[in-house]
Design a protein around this ligand. Structure first.
Ligand SMILES: C[S@@+](CC[C@H](N)C(=O)[O-])C[C@H]1O[C@@H](n2cnc3c(N)ncnc32)[C@H](O)[C@@H]1O
Length: 359
């Protein structure tokens, strides 16, 4: 079973993902520029583009639109645009975004959108069928949770030093088990894409991660963990719930994201054209710096986190009649903590990007 059912649907993710859009935009230009020398299929054959982990679609459609614009400078060939996500994703909202005026004829000439349900750690397209593949803010979600429990924290990324709390920790052994799992996930991802892409095909992989200075986890995970522990202390959640809960995201470093170089025994299917870790702009941090309004910052920050984490809490908390209220309370407590102590929950979005060519 996948480690999440997807993002919060009904337009909520789209409305609270300007951070992910900014992180995507750091590296999208690499793929746009790469369209200048993409090998084009024979005349009359379509170009196939697959985006993996598209969610409700607003950001994915923005990315795919930019790539199509670059392709149209070279060719009027038909283009398949495939949008993949887990089968539990809100694909209705994705189609609402693809057809904003709700008529099936609103699509741009020569562009054929389709949805694909399936895990990006597996094959989701026929062999050698794709010219272009992209994925944004998605490969950090683990395929499943390793068997190793985390009793003293909710993530394999340890808490930030500034967010110290008695009894909260991650051991090196726990971290190692998750690192190994994340390694296997990324190898499965590259193996699948290697099979699906044509020789010369382009792959852009972007995801939240960490660099030597900051980890995107800090702030997000510290806020969620603190809110849960506050609820344990107040008798609103049992300690058992905390000890059995793991937020199923692995925040990689750039080397942990890259495909095998050949030295590890895995065949090299990709050439790495460019790869970088960048700290990217966070719209709600910029607004806070302008206005100094910590309440507004806390509300936007909590909404951003809720959009991608709520479904994990829906399946991670016991199915009691008051679960929806407990989830509301969790996010309200987290937002209150953000407002009261912005420094403890300081947020840095480290975006990792790699542009690869199938050799
Ligand atoms: C944070 S959203 C990113 C959405 C969009 N790409 C963006 O950048 O705004 C992560 C998406 O990855 C999807 N996802 C997580 N694990 C996945 C998997 N194994 N296979 C396919 N999609 C997955 C989630 O369902 C979710 O829609």
């Amino acid at each position: 079973m996948a480690s999440t059912t997807g993002m919060r649907g009904g337009g909520f993710y789209d409305a609270h993902s300007s951070g992910q859009r900014a992180a995507m935009d750091e590296f999208l230009p690499w793929m746009v520029e790469a369209m200048a020398d993409l090998p084009l299929p024979a005349r009359g054959s379509p170009i196939a583009l697959l985006d993996l982990g598209s969610s409700e679609g607003a950001n994915a459609i923005h990315a795919v639109g930019a790539i199509i614009k670059a392709l149209r400078e070279r060719t009027s060939a038909d283009i398949w645009t495939f949008f993949d996500d887990l089968p539990t994703n809100d694909f209705n909202q994705l189609f609402a975004n693809l057809f904003p005026d709700q008529t099936p004829t609103s699509r741009t000439a020569g562009i054929y959108p389709a949805a694909v349900g399936g895990s990006l750690f597996e094959r989701v397209a026929p062999a050698s069928s794709l010219d272009i593949a992209t994925t944004f803010n998605a490969v950090g979600w683990m395929s499943a949770l390793p068997a190793t429990p985390l009793r003293q924290f909710i993530s394999p990324s340890p808490p930030a030093q500034r967010a110290f709390r008695e009894g909260v920790s991650v051991t090196p052994e726990e971290r190692a088990a998750f690192t190994q799992h994340a390694r296997e996930d990324i190898l499965s991802f590259y193996r699948s894409r290697a099979a699906e892409l044509k020789p010369g095909g382009k792959l852009l992989v972007q995801v939240f991660g960490r660099n030597d200075e900051h980890n995107t986890a800090n702030g997000i995970i510290d806020g969620l963990s603190d809110a849960m522990l506050d609820m344990v202390e107040d008798g609103r959640l049992t300690r058992d719930v905390y000890e059995n809960f793991v937020f199923p995201v692995f925040y990689r470093s750039l080397p942990e994201l890259l495909p095998p170089s050949g030295e590890s025994g895995e065949p090299t299917a990709f050439r790495v054209d460019k790869a970088e870790a960048r700290e990217c702009r966070v719209p709600f941090n910029e607004e806070f710096a302008r206005s100094g309004d910590s309440r507004a910052w806390a509300g936007s920050y909590a909404g951003f986190i809720r959009a991608f984490s709520e479904p994990v809490f829906t399946s991670g908390l016991p199915n009691t009649p008051d679960r929806p209220q407990l989830i509301d309370e969790l996010y309200a407590r987290m937002a209150n903590r953000f407002e009261a102590d912005p420094e403890r929950y300081e947020f840095h979005f480290i975006s990792l990007g790699a542009l690869l060519t199938r050799v």
